[in-house]
Design a protein around this ligand. Structure first.
Ligand SMILES: [Ca+2]
Ligand SMILES: [Ca+2]
Length: 326
């Protein structure tokens, strides 16, 4: 191993000063040396969750201080970061004391998620990869109480749940905190034959539509009128386009949340209820006689019920596709 890793060179007892020196001396790459050089306080945080704060918190932070925390979570996960306390000297452009959050290991301009000062806590941050870098800097005078931050590892990748109770509710991972990036989550509601399912949107806050395509290309929640994604699409939502309730035509309904590699929001919260006659009676009579029309009318009704021309247009497209598929 030689001097390739800090762990291999660690002496049995290390003071924090030793830690900084050794990390600097033994860092593997230029990138790591660059990070280590900046660690005067701060450090590398590699637990799945934890918290950290400015020096002396909740007392006043020292002047002329720069701290860097690098948070690294398991491969395939995202780092979620929230602030419970925040009090830094204020300046219009945060030119005196500031906290910066970077999406990744380097302090590249392109990685900067934000620069913060004053007393308004930074919004929750989510990394697109497994690393998040936090920099705290104070100048030569006037301080504050500093900050306290909590981080945790967001589950990434696949997640799947099946609900068989006649009613229930569920929400996106970490809700109401920001959902992780790179998600594909499925919630299947499966009730006894003869039942149908009505889903109510309690809250929806996803990354918004693409300005290029006007589609929900980044993050979206989709509902399918069956147990799999090849069933008819009941709706697809992003941004804050909370829908009126949707109703399945059969006893299964699938909800799928997909998120892309960056920009997360609060997510969604849903409630559902299963029923028989009551739900059926709400459909127009002709729909009951013709399953194909029933599907179309459900979709059409849903589309009409949404406010805004964009929503209506999107709903119309869904209807066409649904009919073609059926
Ligand atoms: Ca200051
Ligand atoms: Ca996103």
């Amino acid at each position: 191993m030689g001097n390739k890793s800090f762990g291999a060179n660690a002496k049995p007892r290390l003071s924090s000063a030793d830690h900084v020196r050794c990390t600097s001396a033994c860092a593997r790459t230029q990138k790591e040396r660059e990070i280590s050089r900046r660690i005067k306080c701060g450090g590398v945080l590699s637990a799945p969750s934890g918290n950290f704060c400015s020096p002396n918190f909740p007392g006043l932070y020292p002047y002329d201080t720069e701290c860097t925390w690098l948070i690294v979570v398991a491969e395939g996960s995202s780092v979620l970061l929230t602030f419970s306390h925040f009090d830094l000297e204020y300046h219009d452009a945060c030119g005196y004391d500031y906290l910066q959050v970077y999406n990744g290991v380097t302090r590249d301009r392109g990685n900067l998620l934000g620069t913060f000062c004053g007393r308004r806590p930074p919004p929750r941050a989510v990394s697109s990869g497994r690393e998040l870098l936090v920099v705290f800097k104070s100048d030569f005078n006037i301080g504050g109480r500093g900050f306290k931050a909590y981080f945790y590892s967001g589950a990434a990748g696949e997640c799947q749940e099946v609900y068989t109770a006649v009613k229930g509710n569920f929400s996106s991972p970490q809700y109401p905190n920001f959902y992780p990036n790179n998600l594909k989550c499925q919630w299947t509601i499966q009730l006894p034959p003869g039942y149908r399912i009505k889903v109510f949107f309690l809250d929806l806050d996803l990354e918004g539509r693409s300005s290029l395509t006007d589609g929900c290309d980044y993050d979206h929640l989709a509902a399918f009128d069956g147990g799999a994604e090849n069933a008819s699409l009941l709706g697809k939502w992003c941004g804050r386009e909370r829908s009126s309730p949707i109703v399945s035509s059969g006893n299964k309904l699938l909800l799928v949340l997909r998120t892309d590699r960056n920009t997360a929001k609060r997510g969604f919260a849903l409630a559902y209820v299963g029923g028989k006659a009551a739900l059926l009676q709400k459909l127009p009579p002709f729909a009951r006689a013709n399953p194909g029309l029933r599907r179309a009318s459900l979709l059409g009704r849903r589309a009409r019920s949404h406010g805004g021309r964009q929503r209506r247009a999107a709903g119309t497209r869904r209807v066409s596709r649904g009919l073609l598929a059926s």
